[in-house]
Design a protein around this ligand. Structure first.
Ligand SMILES: C[C@H](O)CC(=O)C(=O)O
Ligand SMILES: [Mn+2]
Length: 336
């Protein structure tokens, strides 16, 4: 194992993976997963509610365990990896950022809708004051033309972000669309570029590789794909593929495989397959974390969850508008 890394992987199973687990992580699970990721030399491990700091709520789903306890647990076993947290301004505030930093979190990923970067400056500034590495995380990137994405990435850079991510929250981007976006960012911003994929169209791996080809050096992965919808780019597979391509990640492949098999697989409620609902997320361009909410609303109102998701896609509903899911399901039920 070497510490040379041409691509830095952020492991998101303990944050994005919280969505399929309905935010039910326990301290014991986080200790085991974080320790194993640390031992495999993963550079960054993200830990937060699935919707970021302070996401625990009726709207987004109540956490079983206070996320600060989970962050503290992860920090306690990570002597090599840095613990990252995600914060969506408006859901979380600078107060939660300070609490996470006080517990030892070293990276803050400030997430906004792709056209709303201008809500991020005070959170990025606060994170920098706290000595954290900062990331501007542009969610639902498929909803913006490349020119708009570049403008928003430049805003993130101007606020002080060390890295700007193209975030394919819906798993809707096609490889050429990723190529065009990352290429444009490479031409127009001077900071690190990252990519976060979802596998709803089975393209997370291909899109991550295209992003790397175009100059992205920060890639999100999720062990066993544990993430919203069909999950994220599978970390242990990404490590193997990059190794075959001669691109060092510094991560121990065997240790990654073992933790995937022995520690994470038993936690999965069901395997992260591309089921009909997650396929519809990618096809219709819907926020991946809506999947579980749409399923529950559909069961409650006796409608097809695919119809709910397709309608949400048509209405271009974005993260933060989770209350619309039940409204849309009720409208479909009333039409029946
Ligand atoms: C809060 C979201 O789950 C962030 C994310 O991972 C995405 O947009 O994708
Ligand atoms: Mn995600």
């Amino acid at each position: 194992m070497t510490n040379k890394r041409d691509v830095y992987i952020t492991e998101v199973a303990l944050r994005d993976g919280s969505h399929p687990l309905a935010h039910q992580y326990t301290v014991e699970q986080v200790l085991r997963v974080a320790k194993a990721l640390n031992d495999a030399n993963v550079p960054y491990i993200e830990v937060s509610h699935g919707d970021g700091l302070a996401g625990s709520s009726l709207q987004y789903g109540l956490s079983r365990t206070n996320e600060l306890e989970l962050i503290e647990a992860a920090v306690s076993v990570a002597d090599q990896s840095k613990i990252a947290v995600l914060l969506i301004p408006g859901i979380g505030t600078v107060k939660e950022l300070k609490e996470a930093a006080a517990l030892g979190a070293k990276m803050a990923r400030i997430a906004t809708h792709v056209t709303e970067a201008d809500v991020a400056p005070q959170h990025i500034a606060a994170a920098k004051e706290l000595g954290m590495e900062t990331v501007g995380f542009l969610m639902m990137s498929h909803m913006a033309e490349t020119g708009k994405l570049v403008e928003q990435a430049q805003l993130m850079e101007s606020y002080g972000a060390d890295t700007v991510y193209v975030v394919d929250s819906a798993g809707a981007l096609l490889p050429d669309q990723v190529r065009e976006r990352i290429r444009a960012l490479k031409q127009h911003i001077g900071v690190n570029i990252g990519f976060h994929g979802h596998n709803n169209l089975s393209l997370a791996m291909a899109n991550s590789l295209v992003a790397i080809e175009e100059g992205a050096t920060r890639i999100d992965g999720s062990v066993r794909c544990l993430g919203a919808g069909a999950g994220n780019t599978q970390t242990e597979v990404l490590v193997a593929v990059l190794d075959r391509m001669g691109i060092p990640t510094g991560i121990d492949l065997y240790k990654m495989m073992d933790l995937a098999e022995d520690i994470v697989a038993p936690i999965l409620p069901t395997p992260q397959e591309i089921k009909r609902d997650s396929l519809v997320l990618g096809y219709a361009g819907v926020y991946s974390s809506f999947a579980l909410h749409a399923k529950r609303a559909a069961v409650k109102l006796g409608v097809d969850s695919r119809d709910v998701l397709i309608e949400l896609g048509k209405r271009k509903v974005v993260g933060g508008q989770e209350d619309m899911i039940l409204d849309v399901a009720a409208e479909i039920a009333a039409r029946k």
